[in-house]
Design a protein around this ligand. Structure first.
Ligand SMILES: [Zn+2]
Length: 205
């Protein structure tokens, strides 16, 4: 990947981040995003950036343990960087991870237990591997935590539940990932839409 290609990818993801901000998915500098370049290096969004103005320069390199490295060693990555690193470890084929604080998953997660069942929706086809609405899918819901190590241990323990390229953090938001930006976008947008539908009908969460 040339420097030019790397910058083009950063620009593309930054554009998606700004678009998601317009959707109301990242109020008050919240949320974080990452991608893995073709050398396997993880790039994550810097901490505290207003997502309305997020630019290609707001990504920083981190180690697989989530510490800033090279010229970014003194810069603070997003507080949830370890979640990104853990997901890249669990799913080596993943290249892009997106996070949202969209309100629908947040409110829906406050009234469910440890998963949300979606059944019969056309939009389920937005998840890779699903080709018909005649299916049912459980998305795991994990309790929110400020202790990233504990939370990431929980993710590792529940790897077998992470089959739909996404999960919900209770009263916090969603994470979704994919083998490229297109795929990660599909997954996070699909999950948000499903949560929106489920919240609106709310009879059987
Ligand atoms: Zn968050």
């Amino acid at each position: 990947m040339s420097t030019q290609q790397l910058n083009a990818l950063k620009e593309e993801i930054a554009g998606v981040i700004r678009a998601y901000h317009v959707k109301g998915w990242s109020p008050a500098t919240s949320t974080n995003y990452s991608f893995k370049d073709d050398t396997g290096t993880i790039w994550v969004s810097k901490s505290g950036v207003d997502k309305a103005y997020f630019s290609a320069n707001d990504f920083m390199k981190v180690t697989t343990e989530g510490e800033g490295c090279d010229e970014y060693v003194d810069i603070k990555p997003s507080a949830e960087t370890l979640i990104h690193c853990t997901l890249y470890k669990l799913f080596p084929e993943v290249k892009v991870i997106l996070h949202s604080h969209g309100a629908f998953p947040v409110v829906l997660s406050s009234i469910v237990n440890d998963e949300i069942l979606f059944e019969g929706y056309e939009i389920l086809k937005g998840f890779e591997g699903i080709s018909t609405h005649e299916t049912a899918l459980n998305i795991p819901v994990f309790d929110n935590s400020q202790d990233m190590k504990t939370f990431c241990n929980l993710l590792e323990k529940n790897k077998e539940k992470l089959t739909a390229h996404s999960f919900v953090m209770r009263k916090h938001g969603t994470y979704a990932w994919g083998k490229d930006l297109f795929s990660a976008k599909r997954h996070i947008e699909t999950l948000d839409y499903l949560c929106q539908c489920k919240w609106m009908i709310r009879s059987k969460p």
